[in-house]
Design a protein around this ligand. Structure first.
Ligand SMILES: [Zn+2]
Length: 216
């Protein structure tokens, strides 16, 4: 099965990507992993990407696409894959479609993890990080009443990334980028949405049921 996973920050995408890929016995391919592998492996693409990153610039689309193409050409991805973090926009989705078409392949399904903005804010803005051991606590889910780490006694603080204002901004950026992508796949008839609230195992279960009809 060839699957693309999309979802907002705080939707638990990394965790679900892992469980779903393992349930389907397909490799989980995330752009973050591909980047790290190319850079640490010292490939030509990795070296090229690094020149941009070292300057603090965004890695151009062509470089990302070339890395994705290389990864999808590997043996373990021939019978299926779960893509996480790519495509990010409609232009990339069209390139992916053409790439797969050249190989006589096509995407089977695009799974969207659906979480309300307020729920994302509740999840992320409630996070507190220990300044000493780095452990993350949640004011609500861990019932944290004080601002000390239960593990080491260190002072807890809220990372800038977790501030409500920042989270809301990231959600806006996500919506702007992803809404056209989601409707593109809806038009292709391969989009399925899954409620990503509740226990992790239940979300995985829901996702597996939702993608069942798309299995070849
Ligand atoms: Zn601590």
């Amino acid at each position: 099965m060839r699957l693309v996973l999309v979802g907002p920050p705080g939707a638990g995408k990394g965790t679900q990507a892992q469980y779903i890929a393992s349930n389907l016995s397909i490799p989980k391919i995330s752009t973050g992993d591909i980047f790290r592998a190319n850079v640490s492996g010292g490939t030509d693409l990795g070296k090229l990407a690094k020149t941009y990153m070292d300057r603090g610039d965004l890695v151009p689309d062509e470089v990302t696409i070339a890395m994705v193409r290389d990864r999808l050409s590997e043996d373990d991805a021939q019978d299926g894959f779960l893509l996480d973090g790519f495509p990010r926009n409609v232009a990339q989705a069209e390139i992916l479609r053409d790439m797969l078409k050249d190989w006589g392949q096509a995407l089977d399904v695009v799974l969207e993890l659906v979480v309300e903005d307020d729920e994302v804010v509740r999840r992320l803005a409630g996070r507190r990080t220990c300044s000493q051991c780095g452990r993350i606590w949640h004011v609500e889910f861990d019932d944290k009443k004080d601002d000390r780490c239960d593990a080491c006694g260190g002072a807890l603080f809220q990372r800038d990334d977790d501030k409500e204002e920042t989270v809301r901004h990231r959600l806006e950026v996500y919506q702007e980028q992803t809404a056209p992508l989601v409707s593109y796949y809806a038009d292709e008839g391969i989009l399925v949405g899954v409620d990503a609230t509740g226990p992790v195992e239940e979300i995985t279960q829901r996702a597996m049921e939702a993608i069942q009809p798309f299995m070849g």
